[in-house]
Write a protein that binds this ligand. Structure first.
Ligand code: SF4
Length: 748
């Protein structure tokens, strides 16, 4: 939107208030943040400028090349990207800093990142006080010997999406399978794996069905367990533009996040000055109550005759079964399970019925639960009932928080998928083996959580990780640390030092790698709207860091030199040509070569016109039975929340959107009063797994529910097979806890 256009047609009814830039309000100060980041990057301003103006953002998966995206005019930039910029301009660590691990052990992840870039291969044997610098040859020889000396079922390879490109994921997936390793997994496992399962079974695709343009054109956006104000900030600009066109917004979440109630879009004059009301209706669903809510809403849509019968009849199956199942469910009981009152339900159904379809957006508040795949099916039921797939202004959007997770799974760096997202089975493996020229394991491998559990049982000889930090990310941090310590050889390749690298082991090797911007030949990522986006190489050499796609190929060549031809690309343009051949979905990736180049697989809409890529060609309804919560008297359901952070990387000790510190426990006033605690009091939270001290912050929440920042809350979260979503194996990042008052807040 141009400046002139910005000053015309203002909409005072959407203004959050009259104070310019929300003066005095609890909100981020974007302009101050920009100044802070400029200062933090003062050592390499020219490089920082190039990353911002040429690179594809390595933050969330909204996707932007340089300062522009494919949805809006004007600048696309947020503070998450600016915070990540420091990683891309950091200088090398002095290797001597790593020679004393005990001196580093008490540092936080942020303090370790502040040390700078990992710049040289390092190695630490059991009993040594720290790491010593080694040659690349020694480091890779150790890894190759470890792989040769083990069996593939005792090797685990994990990649996180820390800016990792599709090219790297593809080579890692290919190299791992060339070595017979089925245990390959990536960060998608701990976020949207249930969306993959739920969507594939119902609409035949494991991706967002619409595009960001549909958000702007939507009559209604429903945000389920999602806080884009924090996690995908520029999405708020899309919402602002949508609201100017009349879009209504419903927030389904236990807590009405302040950034979703009102937001100041810094690059828009009207919104920057007066803020924008972003939410028309808050539905304060209880954690785990989404299926009950979706069922109740669908019941009411049916009762009101607000179902798109023509679409349902022509393009779906299973509606009669769902209608019959819902007829047997008592609405009051559903509302009780959802924790929502009847007027709120009716208002929600009013919004759905009036709009005649919506863009349904969901995120970790939905997926990191034991019943996550069921919830996704519940959302799909609502969408299908309104013909809400495959046309403008509607769709299903599992919004991604990492720029690499969609591509990671689609490149086959996933325990349950081969390249193209194909299920791992003997037929698909045989077809891929014929293409690649070597046998491919035809069974699914260990998922991320299973890798950690296998390590704890002493069943993993080599744990090879690109990025990631299992200690911070996986449930039950103490058990994870113990499990990592049992692995005879751990290899961590990364751009910075992380806490998991410091865990003792027989042999621990650190490999310094290039960022996505430094990567030889550039690389691509896949955004939430399935857009494959090119990011060019922005040359910079930090120490001996190497491009990861070359690194994975080198290791494959060392262990299986007879396969050299399969791992010898002259450049990564050749690699992209191979990806286009092996993954037809990615056709066009081979044409990408400059900033702004992109190709969207599937086009604007999947299932366009109601043609679903399911075996029957129809979208599938699923009858769902809500689960009764099991919360003992005197206990609370604790959910995890995000503050000023990018995934597990904490960027600020206070969340500018809420004003809460990292140690806050969000609690409803009625619960605080019943417990005899007040804001600022210290309490101890106890679960079956551990305990955590926290400071009471009063917020409007459903009764007997609490929220604590993640990853700090991981000490309270139990792991294990019965604590994850059964099909996708995403951990359930919720816990039942008790609260004990420790001491009152000090007087002001
Ligand atoms: S919204 Fe996401 S993609 Fe856009 S600049 Fe911010 S972190 Fe990057």
């Amino acid at each position: 939107m141009g400046l002139r256009e910005q000053f015309t047609g203002w909409k005072p009814r959407l203004w959050a208030g009259w104070r310019p830039n929300g003066l005095g309000e609890q909100k981020p100060n974007h302009y101050r943040d920009i100044a802070r980041v400029a200062w933090a990057n003062r050592a390499h301003p020219a490089y920082a400028y190039q990353v911002l103006t040429k690179g594809a953002c390595d933050g969330c998966a909204l996707g932007v090349a340089g300062l522009h995206d494919w949805t809006i005019d004007g600048v696309h930039l947020c503070t998450t990207r600016l915070d990540l910029l420091e990683l891309n301009t950091a200088d090398a660590i002095d290797p001597l800093v790593l020679s004393d691990v005990a001196a580093l052990a008490s540092r936080t992840g942020a303090q370790l990142r502040a040390l700078g870039r990992l710049a040289h291969p390092m190695r630490r044997r059991r009993g040594a006080t720290g790491f010593r610098r080694v040659s690349w040859d020694e480091a890779l020889s150790v890894l190759a010997a470890g792989l040769r000396g083990s069996t593939p079922d005792r090797v685990a390879l994990y990649l996180t999406s820390r800016g990792i490109t599709n090219e790297t994921y593809y080579v890692a997936a290919k190299a791992g399978r060339a070595l017979g390793i089925a245990n390959i997994d990536s960060a998608a496992r701990v976020c949207h794996a249930p969306s993959t399962v739920g969507l594939r079974q119902t609409v035949g695709v494991a991706a967002t069905t619409c595009s960001f343009q549909d958000v702007i054109e939507a009559p209604l956006v429903v945000l389920w367990g999602s806080n884009p104000a924090n996690n995908q900030p520029v999405f708020m600009k899309y919402l602002y533009l949508a609201r100017r066109r009349g879009c209504r917004v419903v927030v389904v979440n236990p807590f009405l996040e302040p950034g979703l109630a009102r937001y100041w879009v810094p690059s828009n004059v009207e919104s920057a000055l007066f803020g924008t009301k972003m939410c028309d209706l808050h539905v304060p669903v209880r954690p785990g109550g989404d299926v009950a809510l979706a069922n109740a809403a669908l019941q009411r849509l049916i009762a009101r005759g607000a179902v798109d019968r023509a679409f349902v009849d022509a393009h779906t199956e299973g509606f009669a079964d769902v209608a019959a199942a819902l007829a047997g469910q008592d609405t009051d009981h559903l509302l009780d399970l959802a924790g929502v009152d009847r007027p709120t339900l009716e208002s929600f159904v009013d919004e759905l019925a009036r709009a005649g379809g919506a863009v349904h957006v969901w995120s970790m508040g939905v997926t990191q639960h034991r019943g996550a795949a069921e919830t996704v099916r519940g959302i799909v039921n609502l969408a299908l009932a309104q013909g809400g797939v495959g046309r403008n202004g509607v769709g299903l959007m599992p919004i991604r928080g990492h720029s690499g997770v969609q591509g990671g799974a689609e490149m086959g760096a996933y325990a349950t998928a081969l390249p193209g997202g194909l299920p791992v089975d003997p037929d698909n493996a045989a077809a891929l083996a014929a293409t690649w020229g070597f046998p491919v394991p035809g069974r699914p491998g260990l998922t991320a959580t299973e890798m950690v559990e296998a390590a704890g049982r002493g069943e993993v000889d080599v744990l090879w990780m690109s990025g990631g930090n299992f200690i911070d990310v996986m449930p039950d941090s103490r058990a994870v640390e113990a499990a990592l310590g049992r692995v005879p050889l751990r290899v961590h390749q990364d751009v910075v030092v992380t806490r998991q690298m410091l865990v003792d082991g027989d042999d621990v090797v650190l490999l310094p790698v290039a960022t996505r911007y430094e990567q030889e030949g550039g690389g691509t990522e896949t955004t939430t709207e399935r857009r494959i986006v090119f990011s060019p190489e922005i040359p910079r050499q930090v120490g001996e860091a190497r491009s990861e796609w070359r690194l994975f190929a080198d290791v494959a060549n060392r262990v299986r030199p007879e396969l050299r031809a399969a791992f010898s690309w002259p450049d990564n343009a050749a690699l992209r040509r191979e990806i286009a051949e092996v993954v037809p979905l990615y056709a066009g990736i081979e044409t990408l070569a400059a900033t702004g180049d992109a190709v969207q697989w599937g086009g604007r809409h999947l299932a366009a016109g109601g043609e679903f890529p399911t075996p029957s060609g129809r979208g599938r309804f699923t009858p769902l039975e809500p689960v009764e919560p099991q919360v003992p008297d005197g206990s609370f359901v604790l959910s995890t929340r995000r503050g000023k952070q990018f995934n597990s990387m904490v960027h600020g000790l206070v969340d500018p959107l809420t004003g809460a510190g990292r140690d806050a426990v969000f609690m409803d006033a009625t619960d605080a009063s019943a417990l005899g605690v007040a804001p600022g009091d210290r309490v101890r939270l106890r679960s079956e797994t551990g305990s955590l001290e926290a400071t009471v912050t009063v917020a409007r929440l459903p009764a007997r529910t609490l929220q604590v920042h993640w990853p700090e809350a991981n000490v309270l979260i139990a792991g294990g097979p019965d604590r994850r979503e059964p099909a996708s194996k995403v951990p359930d990042y919720n816990a039942v806890v008790t609260v004990e008052r420790l001491h009152a807040a000090p007087p002001d």
